[in-house]
Design a protein around this ligand. Structure first.
Ligand SMILES: CC(C)(COP(=O)(O)OP(=O)(O)OC[C@H]1O[C@@H](n2cnc3c(N)ncnc32)[C@H](O)[C@@H]1OP(=O)(O)O)[C@@H](O)C(=O)NCCC(=O)NCCS
Length: 452
């Protein structure tokens, strides 16, 4: 990386600026010249990869206080260098390790994509066989985890159960805190990818009051998950291959999404060098929120509340009036279309061919049609995101809305782990510790209880 190059000099006149070719005229230098109008000092800051280093701004000071940036929600701040996932929000591009999501959804499988995210390259057949084997033999959980999960209330939200049980796994594998040992890291990564479907399925069965089903390692990753969810007294649960494929595609679409809220949570907590179970539990907590992974659950609730197509205009007026949001619309990064939403729409057709059409689909389609023509949404670049249609598929697959985010979490686990693995090997990373702008009182004398 280019080293910081900051120099203080007196401010150039506009003529000087033009003469030395700085600013809009283009000097060919990878730097930014800024003038602090409080002091008249000029600084040249290095530009690397389209960014300046926030720490370089510290040099710019009046009254001895270094300049900082204020960026709630990190809307224009890069927190890391990453080689995992590329997104171009304007062009609607999503690539894992350089492979377009459309090609992966069509030709790959979830475990192959997991390998790609974690290792940077597509596996050879022997590499994939060995990875699938390792994941398959780690699907079982310690019996005490089962007991722990059974301790939850009958109506506990499965995301709360998933978050707690993933965090509990750190106590079953205390050596997981040896994060600088690559073999140890790999062991925990395999365990997490393998055990997430078991934990997710058990949380579901708990909610339904049904006995937990143990993994069947003769089945594929997705078939095994479906069996643990839906198996009753039949000796082997057989899922429709079209549904297995659709769920596998959905997991691929959710596998990573660069520095989103939950990945940032994983990285932030992971930056303290805690074990990966604790870091992933933090990611699950972030994903649980309705503005992130909880959105598809909210979409379904919203569609049910709207109830009929006739109620849509009134609902849209409410959204425009700021009463509520149109859930499943809008994205921090995608401002033209969400490429995952396009693939999901196609998966919808495949699933509904098997299960019959979900009656809420009509409301969703009409909502989308109206919103895409309405100036409010067009002006704000609000388009359907991945969550708008995924809930309809999940419902057709007989998942209750509370399970939608669990499916997202299972899909996102390889991405979280790839990002965590990158973090712990990145020499530039430090413990995450943002600054604040303090707005409270200063140095007040304590007031005795009787005097308040
Ligand atoms: C995803 C989301 C959090 C992105 O938020 P963001 O990048 O911070 O965008 P903002 O909240 O600044 O929104 C910009 C404008 O669009 C509006 N807007 C954003 N999403 C909207 C939605 N779903 N419905 C109605 N208005 C919305 C905001 O009110 C704001 O309007 P304003 O400029 O008049 O104040 C946001 O679009 C949202 O809440 N969507 C619904 C939840 C959802 O589907 N989440 C899943 C994401 S994959």
């Amino acid at each position: 990386m280019t080293d910081l190059s900051t120099t203080a000099a007196s401010a150039p006149s506009p003529e000087q600026g033009a003469a030395n070719g700085s600013g809009a005229s283009g000097s060919g230098r990878d730097s930014l010249t800024v003038t602090d109008n409080r002091t008249g000092e000029t600084y040249e800051l290095a530009i690397t990869d389209g960014t300046i280093r926030a720490a370089d701004l510290k040099q710019i000071s009046a009254d001895g206080v270094g300049l900082a940036t204020y960026d709630p929600g990190f809307v224009n701040t890069a927190s890391t260098r990453s080689a995992v996932t590329y997104i171009d929000g304007d062009a609607g591009i999503l690539e894992y390790r350089g492979y377009p999501i459309e090609q992966l959804a069509e030709h790959s499988t979830f475990l192959e994509v997991a390998y790609l995210l974690l290792n940077g390259e597509l596996p050879t057949q022997p590499e994939l066989d060995s990875f699938v084997h390792d994941v398959t033999i780690h699907t079982f959980l310690h019996e005490n985890v089962r007991q722990l999960m059974q301790g939850f209330r009958y109506d506990a939200h499965p995301m709360g159960m998933l978050m707690s049980s993933v965090s509990a796994l750190s106590t079953f594998y205390p050596d997981a805190n040896q994060i600088s040992d690559p073999a140890n890291r790999q062991r925990q990564i395999t365990r997490l990818i393998a055990k997430m479907p078991t934990l997710g399925a058990w949380a579901f069965r708990h909610n339904q009051g049904k006995p937990y089903v143990y993994p069947d390692n003769r089945l594929s990753y997705v078939e095994n998950f479906l069996a643990m969810l839906f198996k009753m007294s039949e000796p082997t649960y057989e899922a429709d291959p079209r549904l297995v494929k659709a769920l596998d595609v959905l997991l691929i679409l959710h596998a990573d999404h660069e520095q989103n809220c939950s990945t940032n949570a994983v990285r932030s907590v992971g930056s303290s060098q805690v074990d990966p179970y604790s870091a992933i539990a933090a990611g699950i907590g972030a994903l649980y929120g309705p503005l992130h992974g909880g959105a598809n659950e909210s979409v379904l609730k919203m569609l049910r509340r709207i109830g009929t197509v006739d109620n849509i205009p009134g609902f849209i007026e409410g959204v425009k009036g700021g009463k509520e949001k149109l859930m499943g619309f809008g994205h921090r990064v995608y401002k033209n279309f969400d490429p995952r939403a396009t693939i999901i729409k196609k998966a919808c057709d495949d699933v509904f061919e098997v299960t019959g059409v979900n009656p809420l689909l009509k409301i969703a389609q009409e909502l989308e049609r109206i919103a895409l023509e309405d100036e409010y949404f067009v002006k704000r670049k609000l388009y359907p995101n991945v969550d708008f249609y995924s809930g309809l598929i999940y419902e057709a697959l007989q998942f209750p809305p509370e399970m939608f985010t669990v499916l997202f979490a299972i899909g996102r686990t390889p991405g979280w782990l790839a990002q965590w693995s990158e973090l712990v090997q990145d020499k530039e990373q430090k413990i995450a510790r943002p600054k604040q702008i303090y707005t409270g009182y200063r140095t007040r004398d304590f007031v005795a209880m009787g005097d308040r």
